[in-house]
Design a protein around this ligand. Structure first.
Ligand SMILES: Cc1cc2nc3c(=O)[nH]c(=O)nc-3n(C[C@H](O)[C@H](O)[C@H](O)COP(=O)(O)OP(=O)(O)OC[C@H]3O[C@@H](n4cnc5c(N)ncnc54)[C@H](O)[C@@H]3O)c2cc1C
Length: 292
């Protein structure tokens, strides 16, 4: 498909007008690191593009008393910089810094990572673990939904043709809450996919798990919450034995989900290590003395 027109907009309002006018014919281009390849390979067939990379209002990270809001046009380089001094969110710095190369991180945006919804999208598991909400705007309307509901399937999101993802929002972490992220790198020569885990913990006295949210990447058709493992850890005191059992539960889930896949043998072993690391980091980020 030939590109007939490329619009470069400087604000959200004008972008929404273009989207409303062209509907399915039109696609957003942010950093372009996914969509350019898809256009070249003929996977993406839109004939009109709206470039949003110059829209300043989409590049804002805002903190209120309870919430953190990240504009969809914020790049991974900017996320790594913004959250460096935020001791509760070192997991976000880690996840952002693990994306591609410096050149990719300078262009790739959080909005593009979410809307492309690749099974291996690195920022989706931490955002799922934070129970993030996406803000979707169209001309004269705005709606919000849980990120988990927004991701419908592999590379498929609940975005209408005339909608723009403008913000991602999640609650700030309390002292007894923490977030951990761990990822296993990509080894091309061995054709092993990268896998990742993000863990949110809320601990009470004696390390009792009052709340947990666990999400994985590249271990299913898209980034997923691991509810069975969450249920298992709920109300238990976190110690080496519970974490070990939690890892085994996750392994069982992966065995069922990836049954028959050549990658299963590797992934079911590798997931244990990255789960342990993510739990450990989440625990440390809870500011609880000592270790698990
Ligand atoms: C060499 C290389 C290495 C990579 N490594 C990694 C990696 O390690 N980890 C990882 O997670 N990803 C990786 N990626 C994938 C890619 O960089 C990310 O998915 C990136 O976040 C996409 O963002 P973008 O701004 O470039 O999106 P684009 O390519 O501009 O857009 C992607 C999709 O999202 C839609 N979109 C973008 N923004 C919006 C919006 N605000 N509202 C609605 N729709 C929107 C577009 O229409 C398109 O369908 C890599 C890519 C390359 C080329």
């Amino acid at each position: 498909m030939e590109i007939k027109e490329v619009f470069r907009k400087k604000n959200v309002k004008e972008t929404l007008e273009i989207l409303e006018h062209y509907q399915e014919q039109c696609k957003i281009i942010a950093g372009g690191t996914d969509i350019i390849i898809q256009l070249r390979e003929g996977i993406e067939k839109s004939s009109v593009l709206v470039d949003i990379s110059n829209i300043e209002e989409l590049k804002v990270v805002k903190e209120t008393e309870k919430w953190i809001e990240i504009g969809s046009g914020v790049t991974f380089t900017e996320i790594a910089r913004e959250f460096t001094l935020h001791d509760k969110f070192s997991a976000l710095v880690e996840a952002a810094a693990s994306v591609g190369s410096p050149q990719i991180r300078n262009a790739a945006t959080i909005g593009g990572n979410i809307c492309n919804a690749s099974p291996a999208a690195d920022f989706i598991p931490p955002l799922l673990a934070l129970n993030a909400v996406v803000v979707l705007e169209r001309k004269n309307a705005i709606r919000e939904m849980c990120l988990e509901e927004f991701i419908i399937d592999k590379e498929k999101v609940a975005l209408k043709a005339d909608e723009l993802l403008t913000k991602i929002r999640f609650k700030k972490l309390q002292t007894n809450q923490g977030l951990g992220f761990s990822k296993l790198g990509f080894r091309k020569a061995l054709a092993i996919s990268k896998i990742s885990t993000a863990v949110f913990l809320e601990l009470e006295e004696n390390n009792k798990c009052k709340g947990t949210r666990i999400a994985t990447g590249a271990l299913g058709r898209h980034g997923l919450r691991e509810r069975r493992v969450e249920e298992f850890l709920q109300e238990k005191a976190l110690d080496p034995s519970t974490v070990h059992q939690g890892g085994r539960k996750l392994q069982k889930e992966i065995e069922k989900r990836l049954y028959g896949r050549p990658s299963l043998a590797f992934k079911k072993e590798a997931v244990i290590g990255i789960f342990h690391k993510a739990v450990d980091k989440a625990f440390k980020s809870c500011k609880i003395e000592g270790g698990i």
